[in-house]
Each structure stands twice: as structure tokens, then as C-alpha cells.
Design a binder for this molecule. Sequence first.
Ligand code: SF4
Length: 257
Amino acid sequence: MDILPKADYAIFSDTGMEAAATYKYLDFLLTWQQSNGGIPIIVCRDKNLYEDLLRTAEDGHEVSIPAFTANEDGSIGMLRRQCTHKYKIQVTSDYIRDHIYNLPKGSRRPPTAVWMGITTDEMERMAFPSEAWRINTYPLLGYYTTHKGECNHINWGIPMSRQDVVRWLVLHDLPIPTKSACVFCPYKSDAAWAEQREFAPEDFAAAVNIDEAIRDSSHKGIKNPVFLHRSCTPLKEVGFDPRQSQAWGECSGNCHI
Ligand code: SF4
């Protein structure tokens, strides 16, 4: 069954409100891992983006997701994305320092291959790491990248498309996961929003909560109202176009994998 070397750890940084399907898949993986001697799975719940965004409205706590707002000239702009770094990359980096290497804060970590499961049909999401110790490793592309801007081939990698991965899972009688992301992530196509509203109404309700909580972001210096949907319409009022299947933006392979 093994087609890749076995990783030492799998780390899931839970931002607090992933799709119900993702938590269900996580439960499956935790059970599977225990009965099959799989890769140890670590779930980090150090920070909760969902709760922090709800708190933002009350106490002005600073956190920014790539939501939409109207510019002065009437065009639509996207806010700066701080969430991926703070709630995904930093959380896993801290865990690696504190619990894998047991190093004090401020120490330099040894070079470490951090695997990310992006596939050949989304190759443009490959990125260079921002920290020198990280080696961004893409087993399903067959490349790794370094802080120095190098992009090198790995001979044990197995380039696979998302469909290849799905086929492999089906052949091995394993369930197919949905992409992992916050339920309120603005990097979503209309088709994905429509599907969430229809098939995961509780996830959609949580997204509506965030949409309403971030509307007034004037404490961050954003004058115009902020929305999760690109139309700058309240999420619960949007008439989603199910033919629009292209996501608005992407996050360098740290979410939506
Ligand atoms: S899924 Fe979206 S909202 Fe959540 S951390 Fe990633 S970019 Fe931010």
C-alpha cells in the first residue's frame, strides 16, 4: 500500500471551524492510524480563528482574513490575509520547535521537510518557505523548495493529480476527503458556497456569523463594509451562480488541501 516514504508526523492545525466533513474525516484518520500503525497524527488547537473573528467585533482584536470590500473608486478589493500564517504556518512551526525538537523559543530548528499534499492540477500553489529551516516538500508533485528560492526534483515523489489521488483512495477502499478549509473562507467559488448552503447548513450558518461579525471593520481602518462574498453582499442574501466554480484566490497550499 505504501507508495511514499513514511512521514514522521502528520500535523493538523485546526483553525476552529473546519467543515463538519473534515472533522469526520479526521476522526476516521485517527481511528485508522491506531489500528494500522499509521503516521502519528497531531491535532493543534492552540488558536481559534472562528472565535477570534467573532471577538474582533467586540474588542477590536486584530486578525484579517482575505475578505472583500469596496475601494474608494468602486472596485472590489481583498483584505490582507494574515490568517494562514498565524493560524496554520506559525502553529505548526511552534509545535515542531516545542514538541518535536523540544527547543526553547527563539532557537533555530534543524532543516525539516514539511510535506504538503498539493497535486499536479494545482501546481501553481507551490511556494518558497519564509523560514530558512523549512523545506517545503511536495510528494505529489515531486519537488521541494527552499528559503533560498531553489526548486528541486525529489526522485521518490510521485506526481499525481487530484483525480489520481481519488482513484488511489477508492482502489484502497478508503473514504475521499473534502478539501480542508475554514467554513467561512472567502477563497470559495459560488458553486462551493451553494453546495455548503445546501448540504452543510450548519457550516453555512457559521460562515454567516463571521460574515456579519466582520462587516464593520472600521477599528482596522477599513472604512467600507467587509463581506465574505466577492459581490460585497451579505452572505445570506447572495444568489450563488452554481456555474461559477473558480475559487477567488488561493493560499499557497497551506489550506484547501
Ligand atoms: S482556510 Fe481561508 S480563512 Fe481559513 S486560514 Fe486558510 S485562508 Fe484563512
